[in-house]
Design a protein around this ligand. Structure first.
Ligand code: SAH
Ligand code: SF4
Length: 361
């Protein structure tokens, strides 16, 4: 039993079964999510007998660190975790504009526009079943879903690491390995656990879920009216182009995805982000930008464009800076806001779509 798989009620029930008072559950919860303890011995406020019982029946560490790598510029760390069944998953920390020695700079609550951000990108599955052609995770295929605790534990690992620098994670993006809406329940349970005000207390607005566009799940998510940010991987403005990159488009056409997004905006009043990997000569021309703008017209949204990151299984090349700027300007002239995202960690295969659970040299 992995401790991070349990919510506070479940820990309370476990302790009740052991005839322990319920306040002990709160002590465990705080030890886990406020102090980031990862072994029973660290809970010195618990009686020794209880610590021994925990050690015997509960796992505190769902994976071991196989390797970690820092980008040459020191802003990005990728950690490869090995799960007990030998599956590998990755999580990436990206630091934006914060010299590590200056922890006192405050961040805005949303992290947006903040100078000092530490964004953590976590995995929701080992591998991915969606098979997007330009994505290294898609190229490796699906291994299995992660449990909610295995998702949570990635965050706790980095929270613990940053604690040593008196720093914290400021944003969490579910953009690592896997399709979060293919593992909907575990993903949302993990978010709830991390969001608990008496625990880690990570604000809903500082999470972003990215989905390839599983329409029924977008609608379900809309109905929950959460404050979590939603990003949709669009990458193409017509079905023919999109299906050649994202096989899921056979099942859910662009118009259905956009209709679900309109429903989401209507339900939540929140803006949708569309992700767009800029591929030279494929989806980066002014004509494509104009077509995209016309399809997104009237939708409360924003386009996040990122030059394609290289992966072994796909030949397309990244758009250069000049063409990327032209794409952005064309969209903006047509009334659709667009930002070109900074690429990070490319030298250690830590960029979007580069996570494949392999140890690179
Ligand atoms: N499965 C989810 C989240 C993980 S992928 C999804 O697809 O949205 C995170 C983002 O990286 C997605 O927008 C995905 O389309 C994008 N991506 C995948 N491969 C990429 C690549 N080689 N270069 C740039 N972005 C890529
Ligand atoms: Fe899966 Fe997202 Fe990669 Fe597509 S882009 S294969 S959905 S992880």
């Amino acid at each position: 039993m992995l401790i991070y798989d349990l919510d506070l009620d479940e820990i309370t029930a476990l302790l009740a079964a052991w005839k322990e008072p319920s306040y002990r559950a709160n002590q465990i919860w705080q030890g886990l999510y406020q102090h980031f303890y990862d072994s029973p011995e660290q809970f010195t406020n618990l009686p020794k007998s209880l610590r021994e019982k925990l050690a015997e029946h509960v796992t505190f560490s769902p994976f071991r660190v196989k390797i970690y790598q820092d980008s040459a510029d020191g802003t990005t760390r990728k950690t490869l975790f090995e799960l007990p069944d030998k599956n590998l998953i990755e999580a990436v920390l990206m630091r934006y504009g914060d010299p590590a020695d200056n922890p006192q700079i405050t961040t805005s609550p949303t992290g947006r526009g903040a100078k000092n951000r530490r964004t953590l990108c976590i995995s929701t599955q080992a591998g991915c079943a969606m098979g997007c052609v330009f994505c290294a995770t898609g190229q490796m295929g699906f291994k299995r879903h992660l449990s909610s605790g295995e998702i949570v534990a990635q965050v706790m690992y980095y929270a613990r690491m940053l604690q040593q620098e008196t720093q914290t994670v400021t944003n969490i993006v579910l953009m690592g390995m896997g399709e979060p809406f293919h593992n909907y329940d575990n993903t949302l349970e993990a978010i709830d656990r991390l969001n608990d005000p008496n625990g880690y207390n990570f604000g809903a607005r500082r999470f972003t879920i990215s989905t390839v566009g599983l329409v029924p799940m977008i609608r379900r998510f809309a109905n929950e009216k959460r404050q979590v940010n939603l990003a949709i991987s669009l990458h193409a403005a017509d079905d023919e182009a999109r299906v050649s990159m994202l096989p899921i488009n056979k099942k859910y056409k662009i118009e259905e995805v956009l209709e679900a997004c309109r429903y989401y905006v209507a339900q939540t009043g929140r803006r949708v982000t569309f992700e767009w990997a800029l591929i030279n000569g494929v989806n980066d021309t002014p004509e494509v930008a104009r077509k995209l703008a016309s399809r997104l017209k009237g939708l409360l949204c924003h386009v996040n464009a990122i030059p394609l990151n290289p992966t072994a299984g796909y030949e397309g090349r990244a758009t250069d800076r000049q063409r990327a700027v032209l794409f952005k300007e064309t969209l903006e002239q047509a009334g659709i806001p667009c930002t070109i995202r900074m690429r990070k960690g490319i030298d250690i295969q830590a960029g979007c779509g580069q996570l494949a659970g392999v140890v690179s040299s």
